[in-house]
Design a protein around this ligand. Sequence first.
Ligand code: ASP
Ligand code: MG
Length: 410
Amino acid sequence: MALLVKKYGGSSLATIDHIKKVAQDIAADHQKGNMVAVILSAMSGETDRLIELSRSVSDMPPSPREQDSIVSTGEQISTALMAITLENLGCPAQSYLGWHIPMITDSSYQKARILEVGKDNLMQTLNEGKVAVIAGFQGINDKGDITTLGRGGSDTTAVAVAAALNADACEIYTDVDGVYTADPNICSRARHLNMVTYEEMLELAGLGAKVLQIRAVELARKYKVPLLVKSSFGGNRYTWIREEESNMMEDAVISGVTLDRNEAKISVINIPDEPGVAHRIINPLAESAINVDMIIQNVSIDGFTDLTFTVPSTDLHQATSLIEKVAHEIGAKEVRTNDSIAKVSVVGTGMKNHPGVAARMFKALADENINIQMISTSEIRISCIIDSKYGELSVRVLHGIFELDNSKNK
Ligand code: ASP
Ligand code: MG
């Protein structure tokens, strides 16, 4: 007998027929004698509809508190419907909203962080032999207000509940069957992966974000909750996201290749090279909550240096005007921007035991005449900024060089 936490996303609950099918799967696990806690999203499209609705009545953006109160109702409906469906199958069940657990969060409406998960009520329900059907995405703050965790937040609810209940695993049912070595839309030879480490999944964010909320992976890593991603639309494929195992030493050097087209590059040219200039340039971005990813500073020549960094493309406009202002103040010559860049990354825990990955990556790009504009690394990732027109080509080339190609899919 195990304690299972199973999470179903909106596409798995799209219609009443979908809900009935999911209920049968849950009832089957319960029937086998397992304790089952289920976390549900809203039925697909429902959260979007509710956000629209909350905006439709006001010229101003709705207050975050009221918007959370509205959007959280999607999960109230899906969980109660599921509990009724389970009961109808003869499977005892009880639905839970955030306040009822309680799922205590801070007060940052729309992006609340979980502070504590009460487990007593849930354990009592499980011990009574009932399935606990829990509303994902929502919590309650110290004022008793409803909060929500941000889009896709039910994944994070599921991991938090699994950690609190010390579950054997947290199963995430979604409309994809797991993680691939590359985006199959770009690389037809992408292979399905049965297992990735938490670290790899976090570095594979570009691929992983399509599978589950990255914040949920961070939480799973912190509490060592093994995650199992499966499709609720059949098929036997799955991906485990878990801790590194010591016998993985012999595994592939690289687990995946990702492409990120959502960054833009800003260069500040001919900056008088004095203590404090990097801070003066980057600080206004930090104050405006603009995330700076890669940064390089050139060696200075005759007392002048260049600084180049990347920001999310969506922030390029705002970042450029902030940077032009400081560039003028510190006497830099010019600010250049480039939105047609892409970041290609190779990711793999195996990199730790295999030197020379960077050299192989740079050679592969050079052989295709692809110029590398910036480089950054972590312990298990190497990323290069290149011209965006080579983005897809670079993924396919690196996928081949690092022996990830699926030979069956030519
Ligand atoms: N229903 C919420 C959303 O659509 C939460 C979730 O599905 O995880 O973002
Ligand atoms: Mg989701």
